[in-house]
Design a protein around this ligand. Sequence first.
Ligand code: ZN
Length: 377
Amino acid sequence: MKKTGMTTLEVRKYNKSKVYELIYERHSISKQEISNILQMSLTTVTHNLKLLETEEMITITGQYESTGGRKPNIYSIVTTAGIAIGIAVLKNCVHFVAIDLYGEILQKDTRPLLFSAEDSYYQKLGAETTQFIDELGSRYKDKILGVGIAIQGLVSADGQTMSDGAIMNCTGMKLSELSAYIPYTCRLEHDSTATAAMELWCDKSLKDAVIYILNHNLGGAVIIDGKIHYGQNMRSGSMEHMCMDTSGPQCYCGRKGCLETFCSADSLEKAAGMDLDTYFKKLRQGDEFCREVWLLWLTNLSKAIGNINVVIDCDIVLSGYLAPYLIEDDIRLLKELVDTYATYPLNNDQIRTNHYGALAPASGAALPYIKKFLEEI
Ligand SMILES: [Zn+2]
């Protein structure tokens, strides 16, 4: 017999989800507003609020001013009803974050840990992760949804193996090995796509974009129609290996003159001959040498932007470690340079920056657990 419509059970679940979704979207809302917006009777809304409160998914966070009669309660979600852990594995250290249901960072830490694709490292990573989670406090322990691990390098489409780990010397390393001592469900993701996932989460207006991830090692990601474009071999957005000059500096991939060697944060640090905090302080104070280094670095970036823009003409997002250092004058100059070197000038608002900085990959790798949790309510 053909089934039509929803069963009573499905309708109840649907109503509960709608109420929760609305509270989540609005952050704080009254019962009457929920009833008005969802066109749901106050009795049904009250029933679902009670259910969600019992499940510790929502809570009363205060009262609105009275418009006559009792003050209406303010309902909000319990942001820590589910927590995801994000880890960014780097050569010399590990970034840890714990994010709540809004993707906000509850706790963060960076710990020195020299990477090597061997069991002794996996054991240390497991111990550090367990310690980080312990520091969250016992009340959150049973709220952990999973651990997302971001890593520099390409991850196979099934998320189980490093298909290109040249930068970390870990090609072929398996998620099962890396996460062997982490007592939670884990996932593995290329740090560039994890960063792009964070961009999409924080900026819902992002439809088509190329993301330039200006980390110590350069990365990139392509977003088409609001989704990350992975490509046939998970290589879309790997702009770091776009050749700028075949006789240029040696890249870790084995070739010469890749964009990595001109526009990564490491390349800037190398050209400046000083740490980047010092460099940017001196640059902003008008130091002539720092200015020359900056102009050359921006010129190389402008050429890359011009090249990529003739393939995919869309928003240009500057993200990653260097993004918080960038000021409006830099973006203005970068646009002028693109307009000078590229075939087509950019629109005035085509380049934008964000300020999530170095923790975006770790947070982005944790996000899928949050999304899944919210989808299943
Ligand atoms: Zn390269």
